[in-house]
Design a protein around this ligand. Structure first.
Ligand code: FES
Length: 174
C-alpha cells in the first residue's frame, strides 16, 4: 500500500492524480464519441435518406405524339422519379406505352406485380408475359394467369406541347 508521500510522488511524476486522469480520459472518450457522431449523422443521412424518402411524382417526356402509331404498344424509357446519386444506369426505368387513338394513350409499368421482373409485350398474342415465373397479363393489364396478384400498374399519361408525358410514381408490387 502506497504511503502518502509515495502517492504525492506519483501525482508529481505524472502531473495528475489517478482520479483526475480517469476524469480526463472519460472526457476525451466523450469528446471523441461526439466528434464521431457529428461526422456520422450527415453521412448516414446522405446514404439512407433517399431510400426512405418518398419519390416525387414527375412528368417525364417520352416522345412526340407523332412518334407513336395508333394501335401499337411500344417500350419507352425515362428517368426514375428520384434517382439515387450512385444509381448510374439503373436510374433509367421504362413503361409500355400504347396509343389508343389520336389523343389517347395508356402506359403500363414494366414491372411485374409479383416480384418486379420486367414484363414483355407480345403483340401477336396480345398479352404481356413475365419471363420470371410465367405471369401473364391481358392487353388491358389485368392478370390472365400465373402468380401476379395485381394488374399491371398504370402511369397517368398526358399530352403537353406535342409531347407524350408519363407521370412517374412508385410502382406498387404485390
Ligand atoms: S416476377 Fe413476374 S411472375 Fe414472378
Amino acid at each position: 500500500m502506497a504511503t502518502d508521500s509515495e502517492q504525492s510522488e506519483q501525482v508529481t511524476e505524472h502531473g495528475f492524480s489517478p482520479e483526475r486522469r480517469n476524469f480526463v480520459a472519460r472526457v476525451s472518450i466523450g469528446l471523441m464519441g461526439l466528434g464521431a457522431l457529428i461526422v456520422a449523422v450527415p453521412v448516414i443521412g446522405f446514404i439512407i435518406g433517399p431510400l426512405i424518402r418518398r419519390a416525387p411524382d414527375v412528368w417525364r417526356p417520352v416522345g412526340k405524339v407523332d412518334d407513336f402509331k395508333i394501335g401499337t404498344t411500344v417500350k419507352v424509357a425515362f428517368l426514375d422519379p428520384s434517382p439515387l446519386a450512385w444509381a448510374g444506369v439503373t436510374a433509367q426505368t421504362a413503361a409500355w406505352l400504347r396509343r389508343k387513338s389520336a389523343d389517347e394513350f395508356v402506359a403500363f409499368a414494366i414491372n411485374c406485380t409479383h416480384l418486379g421482373c420486367p414484363v414483355r409485350w407480345l403483340a401477336k398474342a396480345n398479352l404481356f408475359m413475365c419471363p420470371c415465373h410465367g405471369g401473364v397479363y391481358y392487353a388491358n393489364g389485368e392478370v390472365a394467369g400465373g402468380p401476379p396478384p395485381l394488374p399491371l400498374f398504370r402511369y397517368p399519361v398526358r399530352i403537353s406541347q406535342g409531347q407524350v408525358e408519363i407521370r412517374t410514381s412508385a410502382v406498387p408490387l404485390g
